[in-house]
Design a protein around this ligand. Structure first.
Ligand code: TXA
Ligand code: MG
Length: 324
């Protein structure tokens, strides 16, 4: 446990998972406080999903627009069933991909869920994360945990406890430190209506995998097609530096993030392994951002297949024009 020593350091307590830490995290959530939790994708900024004031705290802490709904993290299908209607196709997806980096948007039911979680929508996004300690916190709380990525709105997502402390440290009661997030990019989000699956945000679970499980060809919606989910604002995942994509020869002064044989100051995967690149993406962009000191980050081409589609989705948003 690290205790802050000066007022300039992050204020949050960072604790390693233990039965005591899990109990404390659940108690803090139950009393309306915010707790950052590890997941296999990125760290989440959690609040009791049935406490409207606590959920408001998430929007305030992140500076998140109130029209951008949150994902509810559940222990599984049974908990989800109290909050959403689960048609057979969605059940198939849950059985196959849960726990895991997979979020399903479904029609919400009447339930004690806080109004603010869904930002007025008739649908709710549910996900069962594949991180045992975080599942234990949800079980101990006994209700879903609403959690967006634990970063200030629009900034790089956190894949380590220290990233959360840097961005939001003074705004959370506790950070549960589960180590680096092994997947590294946010969950695949699909919406399921009748026989149709639409991919709202690509992730490490690919359309081919969804097709293999359901037999339904998923409809694609990503940065290349259109901005769709309410929160899929054009500029997102933005470092302070400018970002230039598909670079094989960087200009002098640019900080280069390589991939495969395209070398750089950093390399997402010298072997050209897309899973490794996803895992390292946000942490590498943080390091590159520090080195670039307000200049430009150049990034090598990433192949547009498999999890590369999700990586490119994040990169396109990172490079998108910023609001003045
Ligand atoms: O991997 C993840 O999904 C992480 C971890 C913490 O679970 N969470 C995450 O949350 O990435 P967030 O808030 O950063 O991104 C959730 C996205 C937003 O773009 C939001 O607009 C969309 O999900 N979303 C949430 N509820 C929705 C709904 N009912 N319909 C459509 N999109 C929804
Ligand atoms: Mg996010």
């Amino acid at each position: 446990m690290t205790q802050p020593t000066t007022s300039t350091e992050p204020h949050a307590l960072i604790v390693k998972p233990s039965p005591d830490a899990i109990k404390t995290a659940a108690e803090l959530l139950g009393s309306g406080q915010l707790v950052a939790l590890p997941t296999e994708t990125v760290y989440g900024l959690g609040a009791d999903a049935c406490n409207n004031d606590a959920v408001k705290g998430i929007y305030d802490a992140k500076g998140r627009p109130s029209h951008n709904p949150l994902i509810c993290h559940v222990t599984g299908k049974e908990m989800a069933a109290a909050y959403v209607n689960i048609p057979p196709l969605a059940e198939k997806l849950m059985d196959h991909f849960w726990p895991g980096p997979f979020t399903i948007v479904l029609k919400r039911k009447n339930s004690p869920l806080a109004e603010r979680v869904t930002a007025g929508l008739e649908t709710l996004a549910v996900r069962c994360p594949g991180q045992a300690d975080t599942l234990a916190v949800i079980t101990a709380l006994g209700r879903p945990i609403a959690a967006p990525s634990a970063n200030p709105s629009g900034k790089l997502s956190p894949t380590a406890a220290e990233h959360v402390a840097e961005g939001l440290g003074h705004k959370v009661a506790l950070i549960l430190d589960g180590g680096p997030s092994p997947v590294g990019i946010e969950s695949t989000i699909v919406s399921v209506k009748g026989d149709h699956v639409t991919v709202l945000r690509p992730g490490s679970i690919t359309s081919d995998q969804i097709l293999a499980v359901t037999g339904a060809v998923p409809i694609q919606r990503n940065a290349q097609s259109q901005i769709n989910a309410p929160g899929q604002l054009s500029s997102h995942y933005a470092p302070n530096a400018a970002v230039r994509l598909n670079v094989t020869h960087h200009k002098s002064g640019e900080v280069m993030i390589g991939f495969g044989s395209v070398e750089g100051d950093f390399n997402l995967s010298a072997n050209g392994d897309l899973d490794e690149a996803a895992e390292k993406l946000f942490a590498t962009m943080r390091l590159a951002d520090e080195k670039a000191a307000g200049g430009t980050i150049a990034i090598a081409p990433i192949p547009e297949h498999g999890v590369g589609i999700a990586i490119n989705d994040r990169l396109i948003r990172a490079a998108a024009p910023r609001d003045p």
